[in-house]
Design a binder for this molecule. Structure first.
Ligand SMILES: [Zn+2]
Length: 294
């Protein structure tokens, strides 16, 4: 598909597509919209407004972050209950028949054809848009950092979650490590690695599909949703995350430039010019470092 300056085709929104910053942002659970043909999936308004249908607050934070970082933002405009774009087509939870304490009547006993239609209509356009934006940047030899923005409920299944921000990663820990270090230095939020979810919960699909095969730095951020309920709080959170992300990138790029620090599967192939953030911040050229492209 082609991705225009600000394209909306009904199920996926791409904003700030030509953003010149170093990041590409993704918000898979931005919306609780359920297309009318699904008749609310048989759910009441309490379920449809709850975190099972979307990540409350994540979208406005992502939009503000996109402006701060001058980053393209790829957003799903349909509820995760119709199709969860952070799950691969083969995952049961891509079209969940239950979530936390709720059953989802409209997702029960789906035929293979119904399921394939959901994949074709919601999953494919979303991931095509993200791949298009990402490949365009890689081809221009400006490796983006992929950051996905989520929110989590303060209490889940009756259990209180004792953290402010979760910093999630799969096999490539480079950017997450740096982000955690920066956040700890600032000391404002209780920031924890791979909480309240981790790779064992199969929540890394976007990162493992788009970032890791291309050797791109990446992280998934989970923000406790009671910290981002008002526009003021959302803006403030975006400003903090932009600062942390920028500092983390400077730190990672400095390490990557030291060839002794480059190891692992994500650092092999052709060189890509250093991130513009680092040039701006340090007014230095570190040369280039290697980023995998396949
Ligand atoms: Zn989420």
């Amino acid at each position: 598909m082609s991705v225009s300056e600000a394209s909306v085709d009904g199920v996926v929104e791409v904003t700030n597509v030509s953003g010149a910053g170093d990041f590409i942002l993704v918000c898979e659970h931005a919306s609780n919209f359920i297309p009318p043909e699904f008749d609310h999936l048989g759910l009441g308004s309490d379920a449809l407004e709850s975190h099972i249908a979307w990540d409350p607050g994540a979208y406005p934070v992502a939009v503000a972050l996109s402006a701060k970082l001058d980053a393209p933002l790829i957003t799903s405009r349909v509820s995760r209950l119709v199709y969860d774009c952070n799950r691969p087509p083969e995952a049961k939870s891509a079209v969940p028949a239950e979530s936390e304490t709720y059953e989802i009547p409209g997702n029960k006993n789906l035929s293979g054809k119904d399921r394939q239609t959901r994949i074709d209509q919601y999953y494919v356009p979303f991931h095509d848009a993200l791949a298009t934006v990402t490949d365009r940047r890689v081809k221009a030899r400006r490796a983006p950092v992929i950051v996905t923005i989520h929110s989590f409920a303060p209490v889940y299944d009756g259990r209180k979650r004792d953290l402010d921000i979760g910093v999630l990663h799969d096999s490539d820990t480079r950017f997450a490590d740096a982000f955690l270090r920066v956040a700890a230095t600032h000391g404002k939020f209780k920031t924890i690695r791979n909480e309240p979810y981790g790779p064992q919960d199969d929540v890394m699909h976007t990162l493992t599909e788009h970032a890791i095969p291309r050797g791109l730095l990446n992280v998934m951020l989970e923000i406790r949703n009671d910290l981002i309920t008002t526009p003021v709080d959302q803006q403030s959170m975006a400003e903090q995350l932009a600062e942390y992300a920028t500092e983390a990138l400077v730190s990672v790029a400095e390490r990557l430039n030291d060839s002794s620090a480059v190891d692992g599967p994500c650092s092999k192939t052709e060189p890509i010019p250093i991130y513009s953030t680092v040039r701006r911040r340090n007014d230095l050229m570190f040369g280039s470092f290697a980023v995998g492209t396949s």
